[in-house]
Design a protein around this ligand. Structure first.
Ligand SMILES: C[S@@+](CC[C@H](N)C(=O)[O-])C[C@H]1O[C@@H](n2cnc3c(N)ncnc32)[C@H](O)[C@@H]1O
Length: 411
């Protein structure tokens, strides 16, 4: 069965005032030329324009808060339920609550709940400072029996991190959970505001790579007092306020840790809008790239293996997304909308637009035919940065600069 295209009113282009509807040539064997794609700059390319809580922590594969903001405003009303089965750092949940919607956020990785809950339940600066003054960061301890993280941290910094880690095992009120979020965000990075020696902010790199960086730079980790760094970053994250309203909305929200194919705590027919982004095949290794974060939270790596789907096989990925769509069909109301963001990947040395694969899933009997109708596909296009121009990358040619959002309506 061919995918059904419903009438739609494309949003106006920021630049010309006119919608730019382009039918993009198919790049692969998935011939989805029949589906119109709207290319435009729907939201700003500028950084850090949204609520300060969004910038509490980096996360691999996260989308800009402007993306859920655009779809939540367009396809839901205050009081509606907005869900994300692949919650990550909770971008959709936070933006939903800021816009007066009720949030449902799920992820297979329990880290997601640790990152999302404190953003939906923010505290005051005074509470943060007061609690930091109560925690004993100075407790002496032998490091010999601990995991060797000497390539990342000075021994005195590491002692403070371990004391905080132990404290957070026992103490879990909203202030503690906010401190945990900010500490997670400071574990590794490239400036003096982080706990580690010079490292990558987005990815927890392997110990051996960190040792190499130290060697190349000719440095050993210097002492970084963690309390002042948590306080400084925490104040920045809390600066935009609006907390009373958020805490009320958060009470009506739900965070779950389960497989996107079986979210039994989400009620059938309850969700008005889904705004989400699944893993793109195995583009990101969520387990390896977040190992310091999961270590700090005491989440065993073995509990993640097999649960987080990051597969190089297109067939397996299609089945995974198809099963997730079936679960979304169960939880979304009739007439509700799903906005699923996917990207372009290199697959068997060719460019593969995953939006075309989604179209195939939604159209074919073997997969999800009869569950959804495709409304439109949005392609967020942005002018390339100066850096990309240096490398002679052209917009939409190598496919490294677009978000592709397949918008479908539940039948
Ligand atoms: C592209 S990221 C989502 C990022 C999110 N949009 C954000 O802004 O932070 C994909 C997420 O899917 C999660 N994931 C992978 N396999 C999953 C599964 N089987 N069920 C639920 N979540 C899964 C990963 O842990 C990761 O957080």
């Amino acid at each position: 069965m061919a995918a059904q295209i419903l009438p739609f009113s494309p949003p106006k282009s920021r630049n010309s005032g006119l919608p730019r509807k382009i039918t993009q040539p198919s790049s692969q064997e998935f011939n989805s030329n029949a589906i119109p794609r709207i290319f435009d700059e729907f939201w700003t390319a500028k950084q850090r324009q949204m609520h300060s809580l969004h910038y509490a922590v980096s996360y691999r594969g996260s989308f800009k808060p402007e993306l859920p903001d655009f779809f939540i405003k367009k396809f839901s009303d205050p009081g509606d339920i907005v869900g994300d089965p692949f919650g990550g750092r909770g971008t959709t949940a936070l933006q939903s609550v800021l816009l007066g919607r009720r949030a449902l956020s799920n992820d297979a990785n329990p880290l997601s709940e640790r990152l999302t809950y404190p953003k939906l339940n923010p505290i005051t600066e005074e509470e943060l400072e007061g609690r930091l003054n109560e925690i004993n960061f100075e407790r002496p301890r032998k490091l010999a029996n601990e995991e060797d993280l000497s390539m990342f941290y000075h021994p005195d910094t590491y002692r403070e991190i371990l004391n905080l880690k132990d404290y957070l095992k026992e103490n879990r009120d909203d202030v503690d959970r906010f401190i945990e979020l900010i500490a997670i965000s400071r574990l590794h990075g490239h400036s003096a505001g982080f706990f580690s020696a010079y490292s990558f902010p987005q990815i927890s790199i392997p110990k051996s790579n960190q040792a190499k960086i130290n060697k190349t730079r000719g440095v050993e980790p210097d002492y970084r007092d963690i309390k002042s760094r948590i306080l400084k970053k925490g104040r920045l994250v809390l600066k935009d306020g609006e907390f009373e309203m958020m805490r009320k909305a958060a009470k009506k929200s739900l965070l779950t840790t389960s497989d996107s194919r079986d979210m039994s705590k989400w009620k059938s027919g309850s969700v008005d809008l889904i705004v989400t982004s699944p893993p793109f095949l195995n583009q990101v290794d969520y387990i390896a790239d977040g190992w310091l974060e999961t270590w700090f939270c005491g989440i065993e790596k073995t509990t993640l293996n097999g649960k987080i789907v990051q597969t190089p096989s297109l067939d397996e990925w299609m089945q995974f997304i198809s099963d997730t769509l079936t679960e979304l069909h169960r939880v979304v109301k009739s007439g509700g909308v799903v906005a699923m963001e996917v990207g372009e990947v290199r697959y068997q040395s060719k460019l593969l637009n995953l939006d075309e694969v989604l179209v195939k899933l939604i159209s074919e009997k073997k997969y999800n035919a009869g569950q959804f109708s495709i409304r439109e596909i949005y392609v967020q296009s942005q002018e390339f940065t100066k850096l990309a121009n240096c490398f002679n990358v052209k917009n939409n040619v190598l496919g490294t600069n677009t978000n592709r959002i397949v918008l479908m309506e539940r039948k």
